[in-house]
Write a protein of this length. Sequence first.
Length: 615
Amino acid sequence: MSELNLDDLEGATIPSLLRQRLATRPDQVGFSEKRSGAWRDLTWDDYARRIAGVSQSLVDNGLQPGDSVALMGDVSLEWVIAYMAVINAGGVAVGIYFTSSVAELDYFLDDSGSTFIFVGCQKELDTVLRTEYVDKLKNIVVLDADTPPANQVIGLACFATPVEDHVGLLQRQAEAARPDQIASIVYTSGTTARPKGALLTHRSLIEGVGTLRGVCPALFRERQRVVVHLPLSHVVGMGQGIVLPLVSELRPYFGESSAEFAETIQEVKPTYWMAPPRFYQRYAAQIAAIVAGGDARQRAAYRLAMSVARKALKDRAGSGEGKPLLQSLFNTCYKEVFLPLLARFGLDQLKYPYTASAPMPADVMRLWQTWGVNLKECYGQTELVGTNASQMRDWSKPGSIGEPIGDPRWQTRVAEDGEMLVSGPGLFVGYLNKPEETREALTDGWLHTGDMVKVNEDGLLALIDRKKEIINTSGGKSISPAQIENEIRQSPYISEAAVCGDGRKYLVALIEVDSTTMMAWAKQRIEGLTRYADLCACESVIRLIEGELAKANQKLAQVEQIKCFKILHEELSVENGVMTPTRKKRRKNIETRYKNLIDSMYDDEEERLIRQAER
């Protein structure tokens, strides 16, 4: 069997790609994982053997072609192996976020009709056992080896069946698979309603990640390292940890847990990274804190390096290569000042950094580029798996998602109302059990992304907002909250903002202050401050944030300006139900959870008079 032809993925399936890797690269290391403090490598042959063992056991225990199998757990290589085993056995892999509640899990299991579930550890097992659906499951397989067997519960090591001829088994599975068979169900974030299960075929997964060939060709030319820390139940984590290794030169690294991703990145020193803006923002804040904490000589050296770097970035962004002398000066600054800072976090070998899922604050992106990190922004969503638009040019200007990819099979256009539409070979094929939502999303082969874009003067696409997240004020103004939030997040002291005002007279904002920079600032001025929650009532902190919002308001139209704000006593998170695992806001949940806080920012005198007149 010859090496994979990237120009011809027409008939490929996930099992056929695994079989191809096994035939052409059996002894090549495909994956690395850290367990009990030590790194260990897995060759493609090792990987295939483990997949075959779990796959065979699923069939032996009653899995039928087309049956759904749920997977719920933290990022791990075992999760990946279980996922691959389900698909190779002819099943449909259903990824579930490991932070899901009992009620949410019950919904996912019932909606997908799952017959088995793989869970990461005791915590997820306890959640499964509390669902009403639990008795419908044939087996609950725990990926954690320390979990003792009981009733339908069994550990992965005990569940897997030794397979003598793993090559033959995988060959038969590859021959049975078809490109248009459903391979996976990925539940969307559900920012406005209950999550929808996006149906992804083998073709969807393969052609979706294949869009990166035009975005980051280096992934397909030479070996690259990536730390997998985003949920594997989401298409970004799935792409990086499962599908891309089958078609590219990307080698995934799995740390002890996703919570320890910072340590993992320090050790692995990734060369490629796709992450939401929040991760880049937090790292930037941490680097900035180190700079601020340096001695006078170090701060002076940093200021000098930044003065050179800003000129060099402007020069590179304008001409592409830049003036030799200026770039030589920058190279010295990079080596002596910026590189050591990046190295402290394991980011000194990051050649191909990308961000997606939310608009990147311009100042944050420009800062990374000034430091010599060639950060680019692109667009993607569950329903198209990969990307249809990306910044292609090095040192791209912040504020856009770039241009449509060059593959002629993928087309992007802007509808009359500003919604971005996409067509291509890797689109999802519908939402599970939701025909009406499917018809709304897919029309004549075009995916209605639900995202509003505009075409800038330079021809690049700029993301404005979600179509259904436009705020309509009581004055009849339609306003994009995401654009305003992006402007507010330019402040180094603000990590997140939630703009509210639908049906109201004016806009207000809930502010999440940056725990690193804000706490460092406050501790220098206020004695006894130890907790994040203390910041929301601190008068000097409130005055500082007031000034930061005043700066943002100067850049906004009058109807877009924030008239009042409150600092939250807690961070916006998945755990408190107001953010999705990919850092998108659940706006209805925000309005519900913080209703009293939001209401307190409005003068209700007019409403009171109206209610009084109605009596």
